[in-house]
Ligand binder design. Structure first.
Ligand code: ADP
Ligand code: MG
Length: 305
């Protein structure tokens, strides 16, 4: 039986506000905690869909709001005093029809931010924003992997939010995340995951080929796709599969040819290209997050507030 450690919230303690987005099993709305005026989001999940593990469109899905709530609660408590880039757990409630997960409101998605900011008059400033965002994502992923033993497994531009005023960046949507532990290790350093997950654009080659994979390195690959997409405003490839010409080109060490083709070669900082080339590697050669935190593109990020 699944359990969730609840704060004793009822949904009546929140004033529901603007609709933000549909989700696989419900919706996300802004809400205000009436006791302290804190702005939060509430992720509502329909119990009938949850019990059949189906999305509103009838697809089988792996997301599970109760598991997500437990994960978010656990990492929020663990990171209470750590200024980390993920949205915090606020509470959980249920009634006959729905589950309600309350979370800190993190702002607009990076996808929306990108659409609003790309190629704005000064590309250099835009580049600095990207470097700053990537530094936060790298530090947060390092924290999740190395301090919480958690893999996100669904990193994407949609699942990172940014407050446009404060520019604070946070990862959200832990619906597919997994804790790994020593018993699951086949050797001391590898956690083999068999859950095919995330959005196809962001899936690493070993995930696409449906072999058991190291979930931490799959997160790193998705981070590379996020970085590339933010820099070029186009996805690096449609699928991490050799039938995809752009994937073939990048894995062959010829990213510059692609960038030239798109007229982006002169815009992308050399350090960013170097980092991308370390990430867009097959699993056994890909750089892990504990090395990426020391990469010069990450280390030299500007502070933007
Ligand atoms: N805490 C949050 N703050 C702001 N926006 C959020 C937050 N959580 C989710 N969102 C937005 O709502 C969208 C859908 O929520 P998400 O949790 O990703 O649902 P799904 O599991 O269906 O993908 C996200 O892509 C994000 O843009
Ligand atoms: Mg999502």
């Amino acid at each position: 039986m699944e359990t969730v450690a609840k704060k004793n919230f009822t949904k009546t303690e929140f004033r529901l506000g603007q609709f933000l987005s549909s989700t696989l099993q419900g919706e996300i709305r802004l809400a205000v905690n009436v006791s302290n005026n804190e702005e939060v989001i509430v992720k509502t999940t329909r119990k009938n869909l949850h019990s059949t593990k189906k999305s509103a469109r009838g697809r089988n899905i792996k997301e599970n709001i109760i598991k997500e709530s437990n994960i978010l609660k656990k990492i929020s408590e663990k990171g209470k005093n750590v200024p980390m880039g993920f949205v915090r757990f606020v509470g959980f409630a249920e009634d006959n029809e729905n589950y309600y997960l309350f979370e800190e409101y993190g702002g607009i998605s990076l996808m929306t931010f990108l659409k609003q900011s790309f190629h704005k008059p000064n590309f250099e400033t835009y580049n600095m924003h990207i470097q700053y965002i990537i530094q936060i994502l790298v530090n947060t992923l390092y924290y999740l992997h190395c301090h919480c033993s958690l893999c996100h497994l669904d990193l994407s531009l949609e699942n990172v939010v940014i407050n446009p005023k404060t520019k604070i960046v946070k990862i959200c949507d832990f619906g597919l995340s997994l804790f790994f532990n020593k018993q699951q290790n086949t050797n001391q350093n590898t956690f083999l995951c068999t859950q095919y997950c995330g959005k196809p654009f962001y899936a690493a080659p070993e995930v696409v080929s449906k072999r058991p994979f190291d979930a931490r390195l799959a997160d790193v690959w998705a981070l590379g796709v996020i970085l590339f997409t933010m820099l070029c405003c186009v996805q690096p490839f449609s699928k991490a599969d050799l039938n995809d010409e752009r994937f073939d080109c990048i894995m062959d060490g010829k990213m510059n040819i692609l960038l030239d083709h798109w007229g982006m070669q002169d815009y992308i900082p050399e350090d960013a290209k170097d980092l991308l080339n370390l990430i867009f590697k097959y699993e056994n050669e890909r750089t892990s997050i504990d090395k990426i935190i020391f990469h010069k593109y990450v280390r030299n990020a500007p502070i933007i507030l």
